[in-house]
Design a protein around this ligand. Structure first.
Ligand SMILES: Nc1ncnc2c1ncn2[C@@H]1O[C@H](COP(=O)(O)OP(=O)(O)OP(=O)(O)O)[C@@H](O)[C@H]1O
Ligand SMILES: [Mg+2]
Length: 344
């Protein structure tokens, strides 16, 4: 069974001021038959790294080898072959097809690979049995618990018996009992020498791992410096998910904060003269929770945290944080009432 070798991997999204480099000069070798955890807070680059391992994303530089295959150099039919037969992926959402039952969902990659229907069905049932779901083979995703759906997704990733299995946050939104079943399933998959790489911020997974890759966020130093700038209408100040060390004050104009909600992109706030935004990310090193775009030409002052504290004082910082907290809570409550799909 092959080693997974990551060498000097760097991945940059975007360019210029908006460039984000979640993975920088990253090295790691993961031995065959290992359950490896990528552990780190939201936005530190777990999905990004997994996407490269899966051959879905091409890095900016560096290489990933799986045995004698250089994943990062594959293209065309060789890449298709790798993705289909060498790697199985369990996505952050389950991505099951609602109109197909569990067996049919697992059959999808088998049929796509040209396995005849009766044989595909036989193998799908075998994979479902392996993840402990033989008795749910004919349930549709809607009739399964979150943990069961996740195990169907694992069975589907296993359909073609890939030597490498990748799972992105497989225990997100699961209760303890379900987490345990999913973990046991993932753990058992390395028995045959398969390499399993799992991203998580769930520390419950630590006990089961052979190898833990701690992915620290690119460190956010307490920023100094104050900069006044004009932002053109339509210009983006920062993007949701990125990191930044500045708190902004609007001097004139109108800055809209937009947040992704599944497929949609909604305006969650319009910030106008005298108001502030961006403090949570700057203070706590969190990923930006929204994208900030100027609705009209605007003028803003960007403060490093130290400068902000010097000018406005600690009390003002506390007020801002408390306000953000209560707004977020109110919004989440509204969302639960108006949008039942957001509850999951
Ligand atoms: N397609 C993209 N374009 C621009 N930036 C991106 C893109 N995808 C991710 N990023 C940025 O790269 C960083 C890492 O994102 P990534 O999704 O890999 O994090 P993660 O560790 O998986 O986070 P989470 O735990 O929330 O899933 C984030 O700052 C994110 O905003
Ligand atoms: Mg992710």
């Amino acid at each position: 069974m092959p080693d997974l070798r990551i060498e000097s991997l760097t991945i940059t999204y975007g360019s210029g001021d908006l460039a984000v480099t979640p993975v920088k000069d990253f090295y790691r070798t993961i031995a065959p038959g290992t359950l490896a955890l990528l552990l780190g807070p939201s936005g530190c680059g777990k999905t990004t790294l997994l996407s490269c391992l899966a051959g879905i994303l091409t890095p900016s530089s560096g290489a990933i080898h799986f045995g004698d295959v250089e994943i990062t150099a594959l293209s065309g039919p060789a890449l298709t072959e790798f993705r289909r037969h060498r790697v199985g992926i369990v996505f952050q959402g389950f991505n099951l097809v609602a109109s197909l039952d569990a067996t049919e969902n697992v059959m999808v990659p088998l049929r796509a690979a040209g396995v005849p229907r009766p044989e595909a069905r036989r193998r799908a049932l075998e994979r479902l049995t392996r993840v402990g779901l033989a008795d749910r083979a004919h349930h549709h995703p809607g009739g399964l618990s979150g943990g069961q759906q996740q195990r169907v997704a694992i069975a589907r990733a296993l359909a073609l018996e890939p030597p490498l299995l990748i799972a992105d946050e497989p225990t997100a939104n699961l209760d303890n009992v379900q987490v345990e079943m999913v973990l046991r399933t993932l753990r058992s998959l390395t028995d045959s020498g398969r390499t399993v790489v799992v991203s998580t911020h769930d520390h419950r997974l630590l006990a089961l791992a052979d190898d833990v890759v701690e992915m620290a966020p690119t460190s956010v130093a307490e920023g100094h410096g104050t900069e006044r700038r004009t932002v053109a209408a339509g210009e983006t100040l920062f993007r949701e998910g990125s990191r930044g060390d500045k708190i902004y004050e609007v001097v004139r104009g109108d800055i809209r904060l937009r947040q992704r909600r599944g497929e949609r992109d909604v305006v969650i706030a319009a910030v106008t003269a005298g108001d502030f935004f961006g403090e949570m990310s700057a203070l706590f090193g969190l990923a930006r929770s929204a994208t900030a775009i100027a609705a009209v030409e605007s003028e803003v002052v960007a403060y490093g945290v130290a400068d902000f504290r010097a000018k406005f004082g600690t009390d003002r910082i506390m007020e801002l944080v408390a306000r953000t907290e209560s707004e977020t809570r109110a919004r989440d409550q509204r969302r639960l009432v108006t949008d039942p799909s957001a509850a999951g």
